[in-house]
Design a protein around this ligand. Structure first.
Ligand code: DGT
Ligand code: MG
Length: 389
């Protein structure tokens, strides 16, 4: 029974993974505000608060209409007092004082600028802020000690601030495919992250790579990066084990082949001519890898050169884990988080990008497709384009 007695009222489910969230929705004037507060809470190391605002925003993204009055919020889950106050103020006054003063604050702007540097997390940015640094230029000016990732982050700062377009992602897909097939024929490559959810731009391009013959994918990442490096296509790369798993995934012991699950954080050198060619017909990788030997060691300005820097993440997964990896790397981040929360709290299961563990039956549940995983979890299948929670 609906609390307002209106049988036609849509019932909003409380976990984001139970809902369809399209990319374009009707309430960005509210969700952008709530996401500022979420972001700010993250900058202040308050994860609980950050997630609360993000969940509130996400509920509004799933609404089939624009919120016009505070009554429209009745019966909606995940809207705490604070979020409701902010929404009410925006509905009545057009903006929220708290949101606007946060947006303008020196701390928020500095944290945004500094965490916007590839390789810089909240902790480091906060330390620099407290030391009086305010911008990427301040880091250079004061000669801060930087690791290799951060150096690359500064060097390509302007490029990496610019959104990556779908056309650029498609050209990079062709390059990655060519690289992977050169070193391992038969391997499969899938575009992940925001682009798989239908976004037209992104902050990076994410790929998942596997091979139908289990074990063939072992040792694949260094071969791919060597090939790319030989072609002069990489400006930066670092391959790591996936530490995300250990941090985020509760009690399930990952399968013992988890240490084969590698991730490469990289920065690609993308020829602009290749993107233009691609929009006309198809670019060959020869077009793509040529040129640009004379970049300067300091900051790169892509207006003056024929190429730009693009962040690319590569992940290699064993075939047996591919469905879990696919689900885990499609996002959105909140959708992923809610899937894991649903699994744990509602199903006594533990979901990761590697496996699904059933604590009641004490066993790992095998899956070949995302659909099977949703079914194990007792959830209606949500296609990638509606996981924009
Ligand atoms: P973007 O790139 O800003 O347009 O948006 P997304 O959604 O592509 O976000 P991104 O690239 O940070 O991450 C892609 C998805 O992969 C994200 O939705 C959740 C997942 N993901 C990110 N980092 C990790 C990780 O370290 N481990 C696992 N298992 N998944 C991750
Ligand atoms: Mg991405």
């Amino acid at each position: 029974p609906k609390p307002n007695g209106d049988p036609s009222a849509m019932q909003m489910k409380s976990y984001a993974c139970q809902r369809r969230t399209p990319l374009k929705h009707h309430n960005s004037f509210l969700t952008e505000a709530l996401e500022i507060l979420s972001q700010n809470a993250e900058y202040n190391d308050n994860e609980g608060r950050s997630v609360a605002f993000r969940r509130a925003a996400s509920v509004l993204k799933a609404l089939p209409h624009r919120v016009k009055t505070i009554e429209d919020l009745r019966c909606l889950p995940c809207l705490g007092d604070h979020s409701q106050r902010v929404i009410k103020e925006i509905l009545e006054d057009g903006s929220s004082r708290e949101v606007e003063s946060t947006r303008q604050s020196e701390q928020f702007q500095t944290m945004k600028a500094l965490t916007g540097i590839f390789g810089v997390g909240v902790r480091t940015a906060d330390r620099w802020f407290r030391e009086g640094l305010r911008s990427p230029d301040d880091l250079i000016r004061t000669g801060q000690q930087l690791n290799r990732a951060q150096q690359a982050g500064l060097q390509y700062y302007d490029d990496l601030q610019k959104p990556v377009t779908k056309a650029e992602a498609d050209v990079i897909s062709d390059i990655v495919e060519k690289a992977v097939h050169a070193v391992l024929p038969g391997a499969e490559i899938q575009l992940m992250g925001g682009f798989r959810r239908g976004k037209e731009v992104g902050h990076d391009v994410d790929f998942l790579i596997t091979h139908p013959e289990e074990g063939k994918e072992e040792g694949l990442m260094p071969k791919i990066t060597n090939w790319l490096e030989e072609q002069g296509l990489l400006l930066y790369q670092k391959t790591t084990r996936n530490s995300y798993l250990e941090k985020m995934d509760g009690p399930a012991r990952p399968p013992n082949n988890m240490d084969r699950f590698e991730r490469c954080f990289s920065i690609f050198k993308l020829q602009k001519s290749a993107v233009r060619c691609k929009s006309n017909s198809t670019a060959s990788v020869e077009d793509v890898s040529r040129g640009g030997e004379n970049e300067r060691p300091s900051e790169h300005h892509s207006e003056e050169s024929g190429w730009r820097a693009v962040r690319v993440d590569l992940v290699v997964s064993p075939y047996s884990q591919f469905a879990f990896a696919t689900l885990g790397w499609t996002g959105s981040k909140l959708f992923e988080r809610e899937l894991r929360r649903w699994a744990g709290q509602e199903k006594h299961m533990s979901l990761s990008s590697h496996a699904l563990y059933d604590s009641k039956q004490n066993l790992y549940l095998r899956a070949k497709t995302e659909e099977e995983i949703f079914a194990y979890l007792g959830l209606e299948f949500i296609p990638p384009s509606e996981r924009n929670a």
